[in-house]
Design a protein. Structure first.
Lengths: 335, 225
């Protein structure tokens, strides 16, 4: 995948929600890339019903975005990725200190008399640390009062948390918005339902992506309900296509799928890394945004689209002025 | 409830031993490099704390010992790396890689042991997983083998310096593990025993009263119940 290296021109970074550019959420652009024919088509996201068939299943992530960034004074911000798995008690979190380099035992105040005590780098990485939260409330309560959505430098100004929620957001827990579903509006969902497209919910709480580094994805909390497993299995048996909305939905569904493609209910943490070598068991296609060069997500995309179609998609997206990142344009990969 | 730290616990012998101790009701603090594999390993255990990280990082080692709490009854230094696969001859062994092999296989376990020692009670066990490559001169095994030789020698000396503890180096024998496959990249290793077959011998060592020293799993018999 190293060959899919590119310079992302600044003009192609979405610096604000499309609404701020006078567009509705579903008016972002949609590139449709079909693997069987090799064809690439340019459309708008609201044209989605045209590319899906009755009996296709859209697998959607119901995780809601947390206000996961905590100002920590003196140019420092703590980004809370996730509760640390397999730690004693509920005070251990995996966090990133933006703007500084912590040392073991260092305490960083995060408002309201609360602080994080940094313990050790997490998983041998350079940016994520294991840290213990101490405060009057638990961390979710503290975030609700003091946190704001994680925002990277390409987004020029802060936006309200509501701009970071998708139409499917139900259970708070994601450090960053599962943004592939952001362009779905209630009206578009209704049109898809009327068209015969099925929806299957699952949950995966995203960690932090921090686009300037390239580390393997860490374990994330996920749940695939029995009803979703049954619906996906049923649709596959009937020839319906399983289209994951977002790389998070791919990771969750594939974590619950066997090599034969059968999905069973699951609940836990997933460390799955989807690569072209592993391939996809249950997912036939996906809707996603445009990803950073060399991001590990590109491996997952290659598993879905194949190397050649993925390269052409990215080349066309760059040439045609598609917008990147969580407020940007979309990419539908069909089998 | 006794507490053990096990490094390299996400697969192979480390995971097999973790499962066995978990069944016996031990509290476990587990380490491995890969966060995903370690989480998956810990998820099947009842009382395991798991911290992914790099044993050569002093900050990581400090956190492992802190998570273990005031008493560490058993430290299993199991994490190690083979080095390049296939392994180069010594005449062409890249020295920067050799340094890394020594850091992981020889120095990191000593550093973790140093941190743990104040918490290990009388009769507590340091269990260092070694290999016959640490004592035999196998063609191509100069890097890994010499790292294990030094590992074994400090194990032996620590046993003399700390007569109140049981300090063991154990050769588990050939096992069907990822490392063994790396050592023999072109071989079908499916005839080698699975790592869990070496576990009863390790448990026998734990349960027994053998003096500090070097043992082969093959020679150790489980203690009769």
């Amino acid at each position: 995948m190293s060959a899919l290296a590119f310079e992302l021109p600044h003009a192609q970074e979405a610096t604000a929600p499309p609404e701020a550019r006078g567009l509705e959420r579903d008016a972002v652009r949609l590139m449709v890339a079909e693997r069987a024919s090799g064809r690439i088509e340019h459309a708008l996201f609201r044209d989605l019903p045209r590319f899906l068939r009755p009996g296709d299943v859209l697998v959607v992530n119901t995780s809601a975005t947390l206000p996961a960034a905590l100002p920590a004074g003196e140019g420092l911000t703590v980004h809370v990725a996730t509760q640390a798995p397999r730690m004693p008690g509920d005070r251990w979190w995996i966090v990133e200190l933006r703007g500084g380099h912590p040392a073991p035992g260092e305490r960083v105040a995060v408002g309201g008399g609360a602080h994080f005590e940094f313990a050790a780098p997490y998983a041998g990485g350079t940016r994520l640390w294991l840290a213990r939260f101490e405060g009057d409330t638990d961390l979710p309560g503290h975030l609700a009062r003091h946190g704001h959505p994680i925002r990277y430098s390409y987004v020029g100004e802060p936006w309200p948390l509501a701009d970071y929620q998708t139409a499917f957001a139900l259970t708070p827990g994601s450090a960053e918005m599962p943004s592939a579903a952001r362009p779905f509006t209630p009206a578009l969902i209704a049109r898809l339902v009327a068209h015969g497209v099925l929806f299957a919910p699952l949950l995966l709480h995203t960690g932090v992506s921090s686009p300037e580094r390239h580390e393997p994805p860490y374990p994330e909390r996920y749940a695939v309900p029995e009803t979703t497993a049954s619906l996906v299995n049923h649709a596959r048996e009937r020839g319906g296509r399983v289209i994951a909305v977002g790389t998070t939905a791919v990771r969750a569904l594939e974590s619950a799928a066997g090599p034969g493609g059968t999905v069973t209910a699951a609940d836990g943490w997933t460390g799955l890394v989807v690569t072209p070598e592993r391939g996809l068991y249950a997912v036939d296609g996906l809707i996603t945004g445009w990803h950073e060069p060399q991001a590990s997500h590109l491996q997952l995309l290659e598993a879905a689209a194949g190397d050649e179609l993925l390269r052409r998609s990215y080349a066309e997206a760059l040439a045609a002025g598609y917008l990147w990142h969580e407020f940007g344009d979309s990419h539908l990969v069909l089998p | 409830m006794p507490t053990a730290i096990i490094t390299g616990a996400s697969r192979g012998l480390g995971l097999a031993l973790a499962r066995a101790l978990d069944e016996r009701g031990w509290r476990l603090v587990l380490d491995a490099r890969g966060a995903g594999a370690l989480e998956a390993a810990a998820s099947e255990l009842t009382n395991a704390v798991a911290l992914p990280g790099d044993v050569t990082d002093p900050r990581h080692r400090g956190a492992l010992v802190a998570l273990a709490g005031p008493q560490i009854d058993l430290l299993v230094n199991n994490a190690s790396i083979l080095g390049p696969s296939p392994q180069p001859e010594l005449a062409a062994y890249p020295l920067d890689v050799l340094e890394q092999v020594y850091r992981v296989n020889t120095l990191a376990p000593l550093a973790l042991t140093q941190l743990a020692l104040p918490h290990v009670p009388d009769g507590g066990v340091i269990l260092n997983i070694t290999s016959d490559a640490g004592i035999e001169a196998y063609d191509g095994w100069g890097g890994y083998g010499s790292s294990k030789a030094a590992f074994e020698q400090w194990t032996a000396i620590l046993g003399v310096e700390r007569p109140n503890l049981r300090v063991y180096a154990v050769d588990p024998g050939d096992m069907r593990t990822q490392m063994h496959q790396e050592a023999f990249p072109d071989d079908d290793i499916s005839d080698r025993p699975l790592p869990q077959e070496s576990v009863p011998a390790l448990l026998a060592l734990l349960d027994g009263d053998l003096h500090s020293g070097r043992y082969r799993a093959h020679d150790l018999k489980p203690v009769a119940a």
